[in-house]
Each structure stands twice: as C-alpha cells, then as structure tokens.
Design a protein around this ligand. Structure first.
Ligand SMILES: [Zn+2]
Length: 373
C-alpha cells in the first residue's frame, strides 16, 4: 500500500498533466493482485479507473468513490519535492498525499483484501477513482452515467480526508460569471459606445445589497456569496464592451441551483427595466449541489457501528458526493489525513492512518453488505 501511495503521488495528476498516469498506476496495482480493473480514458490525458468485485448476489452494491486529480503544488517552496512521494518519519510527503491519494490507496488496498475473502460479500463492491474533482467533476459525472444501472446502491463511501470524522453534510458550490454587454468605441468619442464597466457599477451595487433566498441549515449555517474576480477593458483607447464578474456562491441543503440562477436573472432584468441600454448575461461555470445524508439511515448506522465512531458532522469544503448521490444511496465522506493540509505546501500523511483507513473500509463494507436490507 505504501508503494502504491508513492507511485500515485509520482504520477502527478494536476490539471495540466491529467489523470491517465495515476489511473494506470491503480490499474496495474489491481491487476497484479488479480483484481480486474478498467481504465476509461478520454481527451488527451483524462481518465477514470474502476474495479468491481462480484458479490454472492442479493444485496445492492457498495461504492468506494475516490478522485485521481490533485491541485498544483503552488509557488511556495516545499521541504521535499512535491511529486517525490518521499517517506520521512512514518509519513509520505507530496501533493495529493492527503487530498486524496492516501484515502485512494487505502480504498484500493481494502478492495484487494475483500477480493481474497471467502465467502465473497453478499453484494458487489465497486471502486472508482475519477477525474476532475477539483475542477469540473467530469470523471464523477461520467462514472455515474456508466454505473446508473446499479442504482439504487446500498451506499457510497468517499475516502476524502476527514481525519476519521464521519461527514454527512456539506454546502454546495455554484460558480457564476456575469458579463455586462456594452458597445466598443474609440475612447476619444465615448458617447458613441456603451461602457460595460460603468454598466457593471450599478449591478455591483445591486449584488452587494442582495440576499439570495435560503433557509439557514442547522449544521451548515447560511448560504454565502462572494464576488471574487472582475475583468474588463482591452486597451487605454477603447471603450470596454464587456465586463465580467466571477461570483462564488455556497449553497445549503434545500436550495436549488436553478432557482439561485433565476434569482440572479431577476436582478439583471430589474436593472434592464430601469436602464433600457443595460445588457448582461449569466454563465454557470460550476455547479455542485449541497450534500445531506440522514445520519440515522440504515447504511450510516451500520457504517458508524463498523468503524466504532458514533458522531457525524458537517464540513465547509465540497466533494463530488452530490454527483454520486445520483446512484440512489446514502453518501458518507470518511478518510485519513487532515483537511487543514489540503492544497498547501508540505502536504503529508501518516502511513499508520492510511493502514487504519484500509482496515476500517474492509470492516465497514463487510458490515454494510451483511446487515443492510
Ligand atoms: Zn479531495
């Protein structure tokens, strides 16, 4: 398992290099253990990898859903090269060691152990490591399409780093781009154009005073909106014909992303009524719905008992969980490593935690496949 984790880190799977090499590392690992694995590749270097253990039948499958991609190492210096996978003091260092190649290695090792069990579990166990969790969720969407016939599954376990907390809820992520549309002109005759930047000024004021409708969630609190980027203008002597804002909205369970978009459209329409020359368009850059799993449903109760941890909680970050929820089963996020290390320099994970995670995945899957109705 240690070698697998090191190889996964060395197969750098950032946005620019893609996930294919990391998918191949997992496929090789499974094949050398006698477990059949399938690499689903597309584009130049994108890929998912899946493996499926046949159960003795009767029970719906349990899914282990990982992601292959990692964020870039960033500009700050690292103590050890970020893609070396070096071992120091019982820890493996490198980009992705925590988010989430540690959990992925543990899940893959659990698969191999379950494959050797006699008799086989009562239901199938499906392993997936998918592309693009940090960017476009392309791999999760593709996996869910391909495995939709397995629905409803008994449950989905996401081995993201939670430091062994059982996570059952997180906020959604809704990234919008709003562009005001003007008319370019020579800046010596600005009256012949429509300045998109000045048009944005009014919309910015509207947005600042606007509250997106939501009902506060007992665990996750409020919906939030943050305006994070603005781009306009091509040159000093051209009236800008476009101005684009980037808005990050974090939603809570009960909110519908289409309704949030419609609410933004109403804001634009109101301004257009007041100012007929005003024009703007909304583009959705990314949409991950909020996640909420009943902590007392059969699957999560079994899971809690099997891993010996009773408490469940909510977190601030998002996962591909809402995509996997389309498979019709409850989703829990549970894995080794501390979230505080994610996306930062000197990311590292204790090997003992990766080992413990593998043990707990085996125990949880066995219990859930035996006891779930
Ligand atoms: Zn992650």
């Amino acid at each position: 398992m240690k070698e697998l984790l090191r190889k996964l880190i060395q197969a750098r799977s950032t946005l620019d290099t893609g996930e294919l090499a990391a998918a191949q590392v997992l496929a090789d690992y499974f094949q050398s253990a006698g477990v059949e694995a399938v690499v689903d590749a597309w584009g130049e270097n994108r890929a998912n990898v899946t493996a499926r253990l046949k159960g003795t039948g009767g029970k719906p499958p349990v899914v282990l859903a990982c992601h292959l991609d990692v964020v870039a190492p960033g500009n700050e210096p690292w103590e050890h090269p970020p893609f070396s996978g070096v071992e120091v003091g019982g820890c493996i260092h490198g980009r992705g060691s925590v988010d989430m190649k540690g959990g992925t290695a543990a899940a893959a090792a659990a698969m191999v152990r379950i494959a050797r069990m006699q008799p086989a579990p009562a239901g199938d166990v499906i392993f997936a490591a998918t592309a693009g969790e940090e960017t476009d969720s392309a791999g999760a969407t593709r996996f869910v399409e391909a495995f939709r016939h397995c629905a409803p599954v008994a449950g989905v376990i996401i081995p993201e780093p939670t430091d062994f907390d059982i996570v059952v809820a997180h906020r959604g992520l809704f990234w919008l781009e709003i562009t005001t549309l003007g008319k370019a002109a020579h800046s010596s005759t600005p009256h012949l154009g429509v300045n998109a930047l000045l048009a944005m000024k009014g919309l910015l004021d509207d947005l600042e005073g606007h509250h997106i409708p939501f009902v506060p969630h007992p665990l996750l609190g409020d919906c939030s909106m943050s305006i994070n980027t603005m781009h306009a203008g091509q040159a000093m002597n051209i009236v800008p014909d476009k101005c684009t804002l980037g808005i990050d909205i974090r939603t809570v369970p009960g909110q519908d992303h289409q309704a949030v978009q419609a609410d933004m459209q109403t804001l634009i329409d109101k301004r257009r009524t007041a100012e007929p020359a005003f024009g703007a368009a909304i583009k959705v850059l990314r949409s991950v719905e909020p996640m909420e799993t009943d902590p007392d449903c059969d699957f999560v109760r079994m899971f809690r008992r099997a891993v010996g941890i009773d408490a469940t909680r909510a977190v601030g970050f998002t996962t591909d969980g809402p995509h996997f929820a389309a498979l019709g089963g409850p989703v829990v996020v549970f894995g080794p490593g501390q979230t505080a290390q994610c996306h930062k320099p000197n990311e590292h994970i204790a090997l003992a935690d990766v080992e413990r995670a593998a043990d707990l995945y085996v125990a949880a899957i066995n219990r859930c496949l035996e006891d779930c109705p």
